[in-house]
Design a protein around this ligand. Structure first.
Ligand code: AMP
Length: 560
């Protein structure tokens, strides 16, 4: 397919902010797409691969600027200047390519296949000389590109397409193009199981809803996990689920989906990232202590203190997820224990449609319980509210977030937030705090501050009590946004170091949290657990924010 046809669609999509209009534009486009062009669906999301594939195009702005410069013969400083005034590197490429005097002699009309082919070479290049090879691959595309094509090539490689499309928009467009609106949920199920838009498109194109049922989960391919809804009390939980039901600890770790096939174990996070290399001890424990030739398990990995054996909050082990070096040492220093709470596939067969009571019983049969290595999640099955409440109390005492309540007859629905798995956590509390520092974000949040240091007051001093990144929105329309906070913070900067800044204490925010902990990392000696910004408190003078005394009092109350 001609790349220009796709870029015209991108352009039409970017010109409207109305979701229904976007769906209509996409539906028309999808109707004209041939089977052989199915991978164009990845490009619609700014990617070169399906969602289950981790490879990212990942080109820095700096390299993109060099490529634009090389393709147009305009100095990098000039390109940079243009970028600074508009903030849109794609737009800069469009403008500068349109000024280019002549195209290179051997340039051909770009096709989506050629664009995909070049994009796919990018993640593969590593090590010496890879930068200049990457540069050539991008320049090759830009040299053949028309202005509008150059705009979207650049936006794609830097991961900032700006057309306002998500997987769910394409899902609804597929329904509109090939079925009726009501087919959306069936299409979503196929997506949740396959994580491959191109394959689902192919099935939709047959206009036969049954063809969507072919997508089964597969061992080795990441799956979107099932999510829980929230209730406030055990009574509410029983009311929603009926009696008896299963109650489990809600562990404060991170979701880990474990795949095993023969001697191979693969670990995925809930964001479908492959983290096998980061957790060699988990791989070893799975091979040793879980019976079965092949399976997919759903679990929570949680950190514990190697000396006291006490569980630690998630933050303590979060660095293990991203770390690529010194893994052996980190395994010893920050060990994790895996709590398995569900099973999706066993010895060649999907078990997602089996009732939960059968799946949870299976776990107990196949896992050889090894504390501090791998165990089934702590669970009771009861109809007794008193017993359930005691269990909840025990979970909190054991330093966990709360409990999960689960219906015994329910299926496992990948990718769904379901009403038959419920989470219960203690109510959140409020404080008013002032922002005294911030850190620049990465990826989608590049250019904005994305995490904020919060401080309370002690006399005339401001003491740090935590760091927060949640509660703030990416889009302005949705409330307090990163962009707005960034604009407010910029004039208040007192000191800048790498990606961190210290700022004058001026911006007051309302913050909820779940718990206060002792912390040697902060001058106040305390740290908020799970803080979330709920609002700007412009109405509140800094002199009236929460004091260290108040927070200490809350901490004491909580201990009792
Ligand atoms: P939340 O992230 O607040 O929506 O809570 C749901 C998360 O709790 C899941 O995504 C899991 O990562 C985690 N979790 C901890 N323990 C369990 C458990 N026993 N069953 C299910 N999920 C659990």
């Amino acid at each position: 397919m001609k790349y220009s046809k796709l870029t015209q669609t991108y352009e039409a999509l970017s010109k409207t902010s109305k979701r229904l209009k976007k769906i209509a534009i996409l539906a028309e486009f999808l109707k004209t797409l041939k089977d052989e062009d199915k991978e164009v669906l990845y490009l619609l999301l700014g990617r070169a691969y399906p969602a289950y594939d981790e490879r990212r195009i990942g080109v820095s702005e700096k390299l993109a600027i060099k490529a634009i410069s090389k393709a147009t013969g305009i100095e990098t400083e000039k390109v940079m200047q243009e970028w600074k005034t508009t903030g849109d590197l794609g737009g800069v490429a469009e403008k500068l390519i349109s000024k280019r005097k002549q195209k290179s002699l051997d340039s051909k009309e770009l096709t989506t296949q050629k664009v995909l082919e070049n994009l796919r070479k990018l993640p593969e290049m590593e090590g010496k000389g890879s930068i200049s090879k990457k540069l050539n691959i991008i320049v090759e595309l830009l040299s053949s590109a028309k202005p509008l094509e150059a705009k979207y090539i650049v936006r794609t490689i830097i991961g900032d397409l700006r057309i306002g499309i998500q997987e769910s928009t394409i899902r609804d467009a597929l329904a509109e193009a090939f079925f009726e609106k009501s087919a959306s949920s069936k299409i979503q199920e196929a997506l949740d199981r396959s994580n491959d838009l191109a394959k689902v498109f192919e099935a939709c194109k047959t206009k036969n809803l049954k063809s969507l049922a072919q997508f089964e989960i597969e061992v080795g391919k990441p799956i979107k996990v099932m999510l829980a809804q929230k209730v406030s009390t055990i009574e509410e939980g029983f009311k929603a689920l009926g009696k008896p039901c299963a109650i489990e600890y809600k562990y404060d770790g991170f979701r880990l989906v474990i795949h095993k096939k023969g001697k191979e174990v693969i670990l995925f996070t809930r964001r479908l990232e492959n983290v096998t290399k980061q957790f060699p001890e988990v791989v070893e424990n799975v091979l040793k202590y879980v019976k079965g030739d092949s399976f997919i398990l759903d679990s929570e990995a949680i950190g514990y203190d190697k000396k006291t054996k006490k569980y630690t909050p998630f933050q303590a082990i979060s660095q293990r997820i991203k770390r690529k070096y010194g893994i052996e040492k980190l395994c010893k220093e920050l060990p994790v224990e895996v709590h398995v709470f569900d099973i999706l596939h066993y010895n060649g067969k999907s078990v997602v449609n089996e009732p939960f009571k059968k799946r949870t019983a299976m776990l107990k049969r196949i896992i050889i319980k090894k504390p501090y290595k791998i165990v089934p999640a702590k669970q009771i099955i009861t109809s007794d509210e008193k017993k359930a409440k005691e269990f909840y109390k025990m979970a909190l005492k054991d330093n966990q977030e709360g409990v999960m309540m689960k219906n015994l007859n329910a299926k496992y629905k990948p990718g769904k937030r379901v009403g038959y798995m419920l989470k219960i956590k203690p109510e959140e509390r409020d404080l008013d705090l002032v922002i005294t520092g911030a850190e620049y974000g990465k990826g989608k949040r590049k250019g904005w501050f994305s995490s904020f240091i919060l401080s309370c007051k002690k006399g005339n001093e401001y003491l740090e009590v935590g760091k927060v990144g949640t509660g703030i929105k990416e889009k302005k329309e949705e409330g307090l946004s990163f962009e707005e906070l960034t604009e407010r913070i910029k004039p208040l900067i007192i000191k800048e170091e790498a990606n961190k800044v210290k700022v004058k204490p001026k911006i007051v925010v309302a913050v909820t949290y779940q718990e206060i902990q002792k912390s040697p990392n902060y001058k106040s000696g305390l740290a908020l657990r799970f803080p979330r910004i709920t609002a700007l408190r412009d109405d509140k003078p800094v002199s009236e924010i929460s004091t260290l005394e108040e927070i200490k009092r809350e901490f004491e109350k909580q201990k009792n």
